[in-house]
Ligand binder design. Sequence first.
Ligand code: GLP
Length: 270
Amino acid sequence: MDVIIRDDYQAMSLYAAKCIANVIKNKPDAVLGLATGSTPLGTYNELIRMHREEGLDFSLVTTFNLDEYLGIGIDMTKPYLQDQSYARFMFESLFKHVNIDLNRTHVPDGLAKDPTAFCEQYEAAIKDAGGIDIQLLGIGGDGHWAFNEPGASLFSRTHVEVLTKQTLDDNYELFYEKAGFSRDEMPHFALTMGVGTILDARSLLMLASGSKKASVVAKALEGPVTSQITSSAIQLYTGHAIVVLDEEASSELKCKDHYSHVEKVKTQLL
Ligand code: GLP
């Protein structure tokens, strides 16, 4: 695991976008695992800039998103709910700004009639696409990856998850409150890739920013591996994991100096 620390959110986002762009340049038909939340927005903005100004080509790229609230999705009959879906978030934040083929983009279907059957199909679709080349990840306030809440198996596959009170509070502030919803109107369930699904990706790119994330980042990277902090599964990952943090998010790491030293040594070697 490489832990890269940058001064601020902008520098963190630039680093992350370069990692993703490199994957696309080396493999134009790459399969990207994408994430929602406020953290990846800067990365998406930089990818959009690279597409516009440097011709970064998404035409052959396939994407799979980590998760979606259950009960909402792209449904033109419920436009107000649709606005809060992760599918809509991805469309607005990235897809509509680049030359991606929307048929190659996948977000779990929050409106699936049989969510369990849908989860199996989602796993099969990832396999059929050849697996995920790089999985972008944030970290929830309770340490979750995607919507794998405390107690989710570290071997789990795509499944339905019950959201914690903390996640509902965090995400209410971010998305629902602004749109004028009451807290009770928020979906309490989600479809999410499992931790095992995430660990199958060929590389991981995890981002965290801000002092609010410092404690949970330290627990995930340096604490015990536990299903109470599902992102701690990164310690079990055998592929190439890159964790990109800003100064604030890295402030409680015990081995911070070592991580910076490793980055310097590796740069000299290349
Ligand atoms: C949601 C998403 C996660 C994301 C988390 C953090 O819970 N399901 O994938 O990592 O939010 O969001 P933010 O980046 O806004 O802190």
